[in-house]
Design a protein around this ligand. Structure first.
Ligand code: COA
Ligand code: AMP
Length: 629
């Protein structure tokens, strides 16, 4: 089989092709139709359970002793292995504890946990009883957690007492309490995992200790749910401050993720697969938790960073020590390692011969980083492009079918299920090699989002209205003469900081709440390690009494408090006025170009070109453009 034959087989009969793939999943009742009548959801009437497919079925097949999860935590000095049989027991007991406290199929449960195996247990336990989880990344502050609690309206929250960052312990419990205090919706109860690094005071009448809850619990069986039943909601950044709740239905999620493990990541059941990300992001959902387990692999829960925990050798150690066959991370991680150890001298003593390939996604993989990784590892490096909304690869290299020639800078070709088009402003097809909006012809394949949680209208507006008949990815790029895709930029206000998707619109909303700020703009500027960094420009209210230093410190603290440290907002400056067009549109792109040291031609529509000189002077005071850019 070749990529071309597989893609052609899908295209000739998309529904039949996916029904065939669906046979890899255990169903209580096999779906009678591939898609719902309205076309949005796959395998709607199939009956199945996610936890059964990820855990129980492997135990039933005699693989109970196989390691399901390896926990490797350099920040706490802990390592542990959990077999599929042990995982089944923990999931069943947590599910039982949730059920005993009133959680039923369809109820939402918010999970706010660091990178510990219990985060996966919590996710799986929810799916076991049909509860819909929504994991919130630990680097988000109380206000962001509160926004998600109000949108998802969970009956329960499962949280860790703390997270452990390389230089500090982050108390999660005060953040959780703050969020619940701030949210209009109140959960009935919280399950708190006490970590030895920092125990939390439990709130009487509301909080339950994780271990006590499990110890006294009656194990719960898997509950059969429909294929169109949501498995989870995951919030992601959009243009506004209100995050978008991506809904992931059960059936399509199981089928699509299973397919990717062999065909894209080229691993067989029993082998070790490692995605170095966080359960708070889609990569963590799909490739730390669900796909490897659904496929019967061993997954690694790594609590650490590529550098500083303790040094740039950590990734090599983990790969060698646990015999990782396929490794997935964001390019920023490799840029961080390269900066610290340019010749990868710290790889010495770590035998990574067993590794087959490195997979990169989450942001643009710059050619320099790909070439460096390839050279120091001596392994193929595969870029692949996808997003929270799709849950799995839109374009990649289907190595398990056939390793296609790599063109550095391109994530390669569309996967079966995706018909990708490059469109101009009017929705007409762009010629080869020309930049346009990247859109996917509907229907989207299994595993992708059918809507946003509780907000069909926003879903339509955000993704479908722009190009009728297509899903608008929000990315711009082109397709070359061989059909290879080239992803160049976002078409909206989303920026990508260290592989984390963030909204500049949200940061602007936060800056605007400062009493001295009159107007503001946040733009994404280039950064050699994190890819992009946010930079804020503000004008002050008339007569505001403050200094540049003071207001900058206050703005940085405000964003950290309201959004969280993950926003990495550290650059802010005061300007007399913001550059605008005569119609009043803020020229954000021009400001970013100035900070990046690009040649800037004042747009013809600018109301006052002299403002650009002031912007230039201000960014210089912040140390931009960086030398060499
Ligand atoms: N809980 C609390 N705080 C967190 C956190 C968490 N789960 N995750 C990150 N933070 C904090 C960090 O401590 C940092 O705080 P600081 O400003 O006090 O230093 C801040 O949020 C920014 O984090 P990050 O952008 O990750 O920067 P970093 O300097 O800690 O690490 C990298 C930079 C490149 C090493 C790291 O981002 C990385 O490994 N990224 C690649 C992998 C990845 O996770 N990709 C995600 C999608 S695939
Ligand atoms: P997220 O939803 O957080 O996974 O972010 C998705 C966005 O990250 C995409 O829409 C792209 O803008 C960007 N992205 C992800 N993978 C790639 C890639 N391989 N190349 C270029 N951009 C990417």
């Amino acid at each position: 089989m070749t990529y071309a034959t597989v893609y052609a087989a899908w295209k000739a009969d998309p529904e039949g092709w996916w029904m065939e793939q669906a046979k890899a999943i255990d169903w209580d009742a096999f779906p009678t139709s591939a898609r719902s009548d309205d076309g949005t959801t796959w395998f709607p009437d199939g009956m199945t359970n996610t936890c059964h497919n990820a855990v129980d079925r492997h135990v039933a097949a005699g693989h109970g002793d196989r390691v399901a999860i390896i926990y490797d935590s350099p920040v706490t000095g802990t390592k542990a292995k959990i077999t599929y049989a042990e995982l089944q027991d923990r999931c069943a007991r947590l599910a039982g504890a949730l059920k005993a406290r009133g959680i039923e199929s369809g109820d939402r449960v918010v999970i706010y946990m660091p990178m510990v195996p219990e985060a996966l247990v919590a996710m799986l336990a929810c799916t076991r009883i049909g509860a819909i989880h929504s994991v919130v990344f630990g680097g988000f502050a109380s206000a962001e957690l509160a926004t998600r609690i109000d949108d998802a309206r969970p009956k329960a929250v499962i949280a860790g007492s703390c997270g452990v960052e390389p230089t500090r312990v982050v108390p999660y419990k005060p953040l959780l309490d703050g969020a619940i205090g701030r949210a209009a919706h109140k959960p009935d109860f919280c399950v708190i995992l006490q970590r030895p690094e920092l125990r939390a005071d439990l709130t009487p009448g509301r909080d339950v200790d994780w271990h006590e809850a499990l110890a006294g619990a009656e194990p719960a069986d898997c509950v059969s749910v429909r294929g169109d039943h949501p498995c989870y909601i995951l919030y992601t950044s959009g243009t506004t401050g209100q995050p978008k709740g991506v809904v992931r239905p059960t059936g399509g999620h199981l089928v699509a993720l299973y397919w990717t493990m062999k065909n894209i990541y080229n691993v067989d059941p029993g082998e070790v697969f490692w995605a170095a990300s966080d359960v708070g992001w889609v990569v963590g959902h799909s490739y730390i938790c669900y796909a490897p387990l659904i496929h019967g692999n061993t997954t690694i829960v790594f609590e650490g960073k590529p550098v500083g925990t303790p040094d740039a050798s950590t990734f090599w150690r983990v790969i060698a020590e646990h015999d990782v066959k396929s490794f997935f991370t964001a390019p920023t991680a490799f840029r961080a390692i390269r900066k610290e150890d340019p010749e990868a001298a710290q790889m010495k003593g770590h035998d990574i011969l067993g590794l087959r390939a490195l997979y990169l996604a989450g942001e643009r993989a710059d050619p320099d980083t790909i070439l460096w990784a390839r050279r120091v590892m001596g392994k193929p490096v595969y870029d692949h492009w996808w997003q929270t909304e799709t849950g799995w690869t839109i374009a990649g290299n289907p190595v398990g079918i056939e390793a296609l020639p790599v063109k550095i800078g391109s994530p390669t070709l569309p996967m079966p299920g995706y018909e990708v088009h490059i469109l101009d402003e009017n929705g007409a097809e762009m010629p080869e090699g020309e930049l346009g909006s990247i859109a996917i012809r509907l229907p989207l394949p299994p595993g992708t989002l059918p809507t946003l949680w509780g907000n069909d209208e926003r879903y339509r507006k955000a993704y479908l209205d722009r190009f009728p008949g297509y899903y608008n990815t929000g990315d711009a790029g082109m397709m070359d003469e061989d059909g290879y895709l080239w992803i160049m930029a976002r078409t909206d206000d989303v920026i990508n900081v260290a592989g984390h998707r963030l909204s500049t619109g949200l940061m602007e909303e936060v800056l605007a709440t400062h009493p001295l700020v009159a107007e503001c703009a946040v733009v994404g500027i280039s950064d050699p390690v994190k890819g992009q960094l946010p930079m804020g420009f503000v004008t002050l209210q008339k007569g505001a009494e403050t200094t540049d230093e003071q207001i900058r410190a206050e703005l940085v603290a405000l964003v950290r408090e309201k959004i969280g440290p993950v926003a990495a907002f550290k650059l802010a400056t005061v300007v007399e006025r913001l550059p605008k067009t005569r119609s009043g549109k803020i020229l954000r792109k021009t400001m970013a170009q100035i900070a990046d040291g690009e040649h800037v031609k004042a747009p013809a529509t600018i109301d006052d070109p002299a403002i650009l000189d002031e912007i230039g002077a201000r960014v210089q005071l912040l140390g931009y453009p960086k030398k060499g850019t």
